[in-house]
Design a protein around this ligand. Structure first.
Ligand SMILES: Cc1ncc(COP(=O)(O)O)c(C=O)c1O
Length: 390
């Protein structure tokens, strides 16, 4: 099942498409191989404009809070989100964990969140280790996002010593590419505030929510005590996230960030690139086109009889591999034959994915759903195979 050669081929083809000659070019010349990579929007490659911004950045010490590029960027994000203060962190995980640790002052305490959320499933148990928090997962009844009523049922408001009081609700938007509506966020925040519970948002992809027209960045951010926003996913920066909130929140968050080893010195090399990512991709309005392309990818799949498991509301498409009778491993292999990098049934359409990639998805759909030939080898999908990991 090793496919190293095929991967090399995909990358070489991407380079060829870029400069038209096949001559090796600088890896910074975006999009590069990411043009055919649907595994995640984290694989977006930084651009030459980011490289130029890095070359032109200031190089003062951010632990001393003296770097103008970083300070200006933090003010810029505070303005954009309508929050008092912003703090740059190394990753989305660090942003969430710093925010959680900042809010929670001492056990016993619990956090309520969607059972699929990144903070519960993909942060190495950080909330338990770093904040000593018990987590209370909710399975959304509507299959899309958790509601106020489900949160009310899950929160522990007892002052009984047997309980583990809920001090934080953590939401995620988008989650699986699905938008949590602004009205629901407002209802949750109003109720939480009335009950002395703080609300954090994992807004790694909040940019996508805004690009989908669900509400403004400021309106969404007004619903939360803290928000973490990622620059290195759909916006394409090499590194970095921001946590935003009240001024006192930032003061304590800076302390926690330092404790976790996230206090950095010449941070301008990162913040300069992250600012270009926000300006070019988010403010530049390129995300909407990816949503349109994601819908196109879903239509292509459906044209050949494929089904999807989630609605396409932003940049993620979920192919139902089980219904198609193909395992994730096999689908990935077929994708490689079509010149695509895949990770399973979830296809993430980022701004560096173009029309040629969609044409390849069509070939892939023909191959796995109709048994058509790919790259000379005839591959018929088995009638029924259990889906493996995704
Ligand atoms: C919703 C969400 N939150 C947080 C993160 C963590 O980001 P990072 O990989 O930068 O730690 C991810 C990563 O993909 C994510 O999808």
């Amino acid at each position: 099942m090793s496919t190293g050669l095929q991967q090399d081929k995909i990358e070489a083809e991407a380079q060829h498409l870029l400069n038209g000659s096949g001559t090796a070019i600088n890896a910074w010349s975006s999009p590069g191989p990411s043009a055919f990579d649907f595994r995640s929007d984290t694989i977006t490659t930084p651009t030459t404009r980011m490289l130029s911004a890095i070359a032109a950045t200031t190089l003062a010490d951010d632990v001393f809070q003296e770097d103008p590029t970083t300070n200006n960027f933090e003010s810029f994000i505070s303005d954009l989100t309508g929050k008092d203060a912003a703090l740059f962190v190394m990753s989305g995980t660090m942003g969430n964990q710093v925010a959680i640790r900042t809010h929670l002052q001492g056990p016993p305490h619990s956090i309520v969140a969607d059972h699929r959320s990144h903070i519960l499933e993909y942060e190495a148990g950080g909330a338990a280790v770093l904040s000593g928090a018990m987590t209370r997962p909710i399975v959304p009844g509507n299959g899309r996002y958790i509601t106020l009523e489900e949160i009310q049922e899950k929160c522990d408001l007892r002052s009984d010593i047997h309980g583990c009081p809920t001090k934080l609700i953590s939401l995620e938007n988008t989650l699986a590419g699905v938008v949590m509506p602004l009205d629901e966020c407002r209802r949750i925040k109003d109720w939480a505030t009335a009950n002395g519970i703080l609300v954090h948002l994992d807004g790694a992809r909040l940019w996508e929510v805004v690009a989908a027209g669900a509400g403004s960045l400021r309106d969404y951010c007004a619903c939360f005590d803290s928000i973490s926003l990622c620059f290195s996913k759909g916006l394409g920066a090499p590194i970095g996230s921001m946590v935003v909130g009240k001024r006192e929140f930032r003061e304590r968050a800076r302390w926690i960030r330092k404790m976790l080893g996230g206090g950095t010195r010449q941070l301008g090399v990162l913040t300069a690139a992250a600012r270009v990512a926000v300006e070019d991709q988010f403010l530049g309005g390129v995300l909407k086109a990816s949503h349109e392309r994601a819908r196109k990818v879903a239509r292509v799949w459906e044209r050949y009889g494929g089904q999807t498991t989630n609605p396409v509301e932003t940049n993620m498409v979920w192919f139902d591999l089980q219904a198609a009778g193909i395992s994730a491993d096999r689908f990935i292999e077929e994708g490689e034959k079509a010149g695509l990098r895949l990770r399973g049934g979830r296809l993430v359409v980022h701004y560096q994915i173009g029309e040629e990639a969609v044409r390849r998805v069509e070939k892939l759909a023909q191959a796995v759903l109709q048994g058509k030939e790919l790259n000379g080898s005839v591959e018929h999908p088995p009638k029924k195979m259990k889906m493996t990991t995704d």
